[in-house]
Design a protein around this ligand. Sequence first.
Ligand code: 5GP
Length: 120
Amino acid sequence: METKYDINNIFAKILRGEIPCDKIFENDFALAFYDINPLAPVHVLVIPKGEYISFDDFTTNASADEIIGFYQVVQTVAEKLDLLQNGYRIVSNIGKDACQEVPHYHQHILAGRNMGAVIS
Ligand code: 5GP
C-alpha cells in the first residue's frame, strides 16, 4: 500500500478548488460532494480536509477531533439528503484488493434504492 500521500490526487485537487465538484456540505473537517460516476441514485463521497491516504492512515494518524468531525459530516449529509428513514450504505475501499482508485481517504454514501448484498 502507498505510504506517501500524493498531493496531486484528484480529491486533493478538488479540495484546492482546482477541479470542480457538486458540493453538498463542507466544514473545517470534511467536504461532501456527489460522485461523478454514481453507482446508486444517491452516491456521495465524503473526504477529510487533511492529507490521509486511506481509512487505515486516517484512523492511525488523524486527531480525535478530525476523526469525530469527519464522521459527524457523514451523518450530517445523511440527514441533509433525508436518508435516515430508508437507510443508506457507507463503504470505504482501502488499498489494492479493495480496488481503491483515489488515494485520499473517502467514505462512499450509497442510497436511494435497495442496495442488495454487500458484495454481488
Ligand atoms: P474508490 O474506488 O477510490 O473507492 O472510489 C473513487 C470514487 O471517486 C469513484 O466512485 C469515482 O467515480 C469517483 N471519482 C473519481 N474522480 C472523480 C472526480 O473528478 N469527481 C468526482 N466527483 N468523483 C470522482
